[in-house]
Design a protein around this ligand. Structure first.
Ligand code: HEC
Length: 159
């Protein structure tokens, strides 16, 4: 009887820890949700603090953002409807923000001024910033990005 009891107790502890991890939200989060007012509000603050210096106070990007600078690198693009942030799936935006513009999202050796934020803000904060960015898009851009995102999730599941 005793080993069986230990097994059941152990199982319950694992379940409880799993539920706690889900409840705390961290790793369970895998999408940016522009309808979540709390996430958007937090993301707005984090955006102003960490992203606005390059991507602009009103997400307008740097001047002449389509043209490479003298050093060959690209300026920061807008995150509003005039840019191309809404052409990318959630996971791609998350990885760029966390790791910078690196393979597999860019060619090996690609040089970019986009910093990696993995050591600066938490995964949760990255999703919050992305939720805020998404919340500024017009309905049309949101719908377009939603389709790209769905296709990307489907493909990721098959791989
Ligand atoms: C020091 C300047 C700088 C800061 C600060 C910065 N970025 Fe960037 N970001 C860039 C540059 C430059 C690019 C273009 C990179 C390239 O294509 O080489 C970029 C590109 C991106 C892209 C890809 C957009 C696209 O359409 O391809 C995303 C997403 C992004 N940044 C998110 C963020 C977020 C979120 C923050 C704040 C947490 C942030 N960035 C802060 C400079 C910056």
């Amino acid at each position: 009887m005793k080993p069986f009891f230990l097994l059941v107790a152990g199982g319950l502890i694992v379940l409880a820890l799993g539920a706690l991890a889900l409840w705390r939200g961290g790793s369970a989060l895998d999408r940016a949700d522009p309808e979540n007012a709390v996430q958007v509000a937090r993301g707005r603050v984090a955006y102003a603090q960490h992203c606005a210096s390059c991507h602009g106070d009103s997400l307008q990007g740097q001047p002449n953002w389509r043209q490479r600078k003298a050093d060959g690198k690209l300026p920061a693009p807008p995150h509003d409807d005039t840019g191309h942030t809404w052409h990318h799936a959630d996971q791609q935006l998350f990885r760029i923000t966390k790791d910078g513009v690196k393979p597999p999202l860019a060619p090996e050796g690609y040089e970019s001024d986009m910093p990696a934020f993995g050591d600066v803000i938490s995964d949760e904060e990255i999703w919050e910033v992305l939720s805020f960015i998404k919340s500024t898009w017009a309905e049309k851009s949101r719908a377009y990005q939603e389709r790209i995102d769905q296709a990307f999730r489907k493909q990721a599941k098959q791989e």
